[in-house]
Write a protein that binds this ligand. Sequence first.
Ligand SMILES: C[S@@+](CC[C@H](N)C(=O)[O-])C[C@H]1O[C@@H](n2cnc3c(N)ncnc32)[C@H](O)[C@@H]1O
Length: 286
Amino acid sequence: MADTEEPPIFAKYPSLRKMIGHEESEIVESHDGREITLLKYIYAHPELDTKLRGSPMAILGVMDEFAAREDFLINIGPEKAGKLAVLVREHQPRVLVELGGYVGYSAILFGSILKEIWGENPDDAELEDADEDSAAAGKGKRKEKAKLYSIEIDPLIASIAMNLVSLAGLQDLVEVVVGASAHTLRRFHEEGTLGDGGIDLLFMDHDEALYEADVKLAEKFCFLEKEGALVIADNVVRPGAPGYRGYMRKNPRLSKSWGLPGLIVPGDLEDEIEISVVGPGVKSVG
Ligand SMILES: C[S@@+](CC[C@H](N)C(=O)[O-])C[C@H]1O[C@@H](n2cnc3c(N)ncnc32)[C@H](O)[C@@H]1O
């Protein structure tokens, strides 16, 4: 490629041109007002009522369009979304917890898959019915709700996520929870939010420096006791979570782990997403 030639990545993501000439330390990638601009962009969309409302995939498409054309967004983006969607469909989780919800991109993706797999949640009366007559459960009545708890520390950012989750029609399946990850996991434990079953899939995408401590907390509260529970950690290579990776490799509760490649930077083949299958075992590790 000649010196003057623009890297192909800028043709695909024109919004990245803003970063040209800046040191990495000078680049602000989020929480600078662009999230409110995104919300206005979506609500100004000419097909808001005809295509976006009630359509998770169409909303994700507009978020991708905004990230490519207007301003970069720190969500998983379309490539990782495609890979994670395959995994989530295969795994069929009923209770999913996400640490780091941002404006709701991954929450809308995962919530739409929960809806695809489990349908609309039963209302409380139906749940009581199914409880009273366990034979009825065998006739197709569901005794549990499917749920994604998307935990986000920043209340303004979380409000945008709540708005977009509702626009997507997923408010029944996706609960955006405002709070820091560790504080919220502890609150879930004290309040019994997750019931007896715990978590089928824990997605960590908040602060790589907290992955190790937070997964240990989830284990301590027995949230990861289901056979085959999945822990998915994003960005384990860049910015990187060496403490978490080291801890999981030696974890006696780990039965299998593998990685998925990142994206965006062509030729970057290192696995950015680490998937770990954990299960019942030592109750409290570390
Ligand atoms: C990379 S973004 C998450 C992207 C999101 N999972 C998606 O793909 O749509 C990280 C988010 O984690 C939030 N965050 C950072 N530290 C956190 C913590 N300790 N607890 C909860 N959220 C946190 C940030 O405010 C930010 O919105």
